[in-house]
Design a protein around this ligand. Structure first.
Ligand code: C2E
Ligand code: MG
Ligand code: MG
Ligand code: MG
Length: 288
């Protein structure tokens, strides 16, 4: 509390500072090595998005996983921001894009219609060379623009709004769908949203996790769905952990749902098995 704080000089030695600093340094060093060498430390997991109109899954989100010999399993929430600050997020994005394209080709060749959403960071959005690079890779693999889509947060876009809009428009012109991720947690204005060339809003999971019991969250999510629709945008809700939540979202006209209730993020090989097993599952019935 406050009394304790004022007792201590601000720069007093604090073991947890040193610990955090050292952990950051090892994350940077280990991650750079993992990206350079083919050590199989990094992998892409996939989480299905359920189409609430058809009850089928034709979209997934790619989520990076990192298992390091020294640090163990490190969450992307911990290492993505470190890589952003240390200036090599582009290397991670390249790795993710290459892996996602390989997996998209496998899906296409297996005759499975499944679009993969890739998370981008602020630096990626502003990187002029990303889209030409991506286009070339997709042409080489003969993938249509429907095979991939992109997610980015509001805060990634508001730093340089005019340039962000130009960059997003270039992605749209190339045929890619774009979602604003974690919608509701940032602070972009409605006026700005009007100008954003995006196709989708993703409601942040903090409003969805307890949706079945929280009246306040219910009002927020209903309002976001109405707002999105009035702008002609689709809505994806993330963090669905119960059937009651799923049914509310369906009732309110939300287009897609993603969450542990249907499926946690899983390795690519398990995705095809999951898809086969759940092709006929009725998620809206009593015992899905
Ligand atoms: P995000 O893009 O908002 O991804 C959704 C996160 O919510 C994922 O966490 C997912 O596992 C989790 N989630 C989904 N459904 C549920 C649920 O029902 N309950 C709960 N409690 N959680 C659920 P994850 O995989 O740990 O990723 C965290 C964040 O790291 C992502 O948030 C994204 O911002 C970032 N990230 C992940 N992969 C990448 C990547 O390849 N590139 C970049 N730039 N960022 C990534
Ligand atoms: Mg995302
Ligand atoms: Mg999110
Ligand atoms: Mg997030």
């Amino acid at each position: 509390d406050e009394t304790n704080l004022s007792d201590q000089p601000i720069l007093a030695y604090q073991p947890e500072f040193e610990h955090r600093y050292l952990r950051r340094l090892s994350i940077i060093a280990e991650l750079k090595t993992a990206l350079q060498e083919q050590q199989d430390e990094l992998s892409l997991f996939y989480q299905p998005k359920l189409d609430l109109k058809t009850g089928r899954v034709t979209k997934v989100e790619a989520l990076i996983r990192w298992n390091n010999a020294i640090l163990g399993f490190v969450s992307p929430d911990d290492f993505i921001s470190v890589a952003e600050q240390a200036g090599f997020i582009g290397k991670i994005t390249d790795w993710v894009i290459n892996q996602a394209i390989k997996d998209a080709v496998t899906l296409r060749n297996a005759g499975i219609e499944m679009s993969i959403a890739i998370n981008l960071s602020a630096k990626d959005v502003m990187d002029q060379s990303l889209l030409p690079h991506l286009s070339l890779l997709m042409e080489t693999s003969q993938l249509s623009s429907k095979a991939l889509s992109f997610e980015m947060t509001e805060s990634d876009l508001v730093q340089e709004p005019v340039k962000a809009i130009q960059q997003l428009q270039a992605f749209r012109d190339r045929g890619f769908e774009i979602a604003i991720d974690d919608f509701g947690t940032g602070y972009s204005s409605m006026a700005y949203l009007k100008h954003l060339p995006v196709t989708t809003l993703k409601v942040d999971k903090s409003f969805v996790l307890s949706l079945d019991s929280q009246q306040g969250d219910q009002k927020i999510v209903q309002t976001v769905i109405e707002l999105a629709h009035s702008f002609g945008l689709n809505v994806v809700a993330e963090g669905i952990e119960s059937q009651a939540t799923l049914l509310l979202l369906k009732k309110w006209g939300c287009e897609f749902a993603q969450g542990y209730y249907m499926c946690k993020p899983i390795p690519f090989d398990d995705l095809i098995t999951w898809q086969n097993t759940h092709q006929l599952t009725n998620w809206f019935e009593q015992d899905a």
